[in-house]
Write a protein that binds this ligand. Sequence first.
Ligand code: ADP
Ligand code: MG
Length: 242
Amino acid sequence: MEELLRRSEKLTTVGQLAAGVAHEIRNPLTTLRGFLQIQQQTGTLNVKHVDLMLSELDRINLIVGEFLILAKPQAVQFQRTDIRCILEDVISLLDSQAHLCGVEFHIQVTNQPTAVFCAENQLKQVFINLLKNAIEAMPNGGRISIELCLYEENVKIVIKDEGTGMSPEVMAKLGEPFFTKKDAGTGLGLMVSQRIIQSHKGLLDMESIEGEGTTVTILLPWAACAKDAGTAGEAGGGLQNG
Ligand code: ADP
Ligand code: MG
């Protein structure tokens, strides 16, 4: 956990992010330029070229989209919201994707209210990122267990998968922007999630055993004891905290 935190603090300064984005976007742009040159010189582009151009454009869009979440901290409204509702929304959103992959969700919740002061959409984004990673780590299906409870003065969310897990080498790189082991990955999901949880004055911890699975633990200040935690702007998230 400390490793993940330290890395994200070290690497997510505005300048490094900007350099990373520029680099990641330049590759698909170079491809696009190349194809347009072919079109200019030969007057023809085949279907394959056009497909590639579209997928390169999609990639740029994906990268820019992930950054937009980080780029608009000021407008964020923090409201008292029960994490249980957020989790249930996200699970129903991902249910069909999970089902297709042979993955089933198993949810265990406490009866106590688990409200936090939060930007609901940002936390949704975090759970989407984490649950997608869990699904993607289980190509042959399996179970994702999600536990929601109170822990000291926090709401605790534990997401556990039975997926591929990660080696210590991979763990050491988590939270680094653009670090991905996936063909169609952006390597931004964890970094964005980490930033959002930090901006909510929470903690995000990952543990993993290669070949066995991964456990993500999130702590967020419980709204019942956080007096005015996270009024808009003050804890509004984004790059200024880095
Ligand atoms: P992306 O999903 O686009 O690759 P992320 O930041 O979400 O980017 O994740 C970075 C990398 O961390 C992934 O490519 C994967 O190798 C690893 N990872 C993240 N979550 C898990 C998980 N639950 N199980 C196994 N590996 C994971
Ligand atoms: Mg991901």
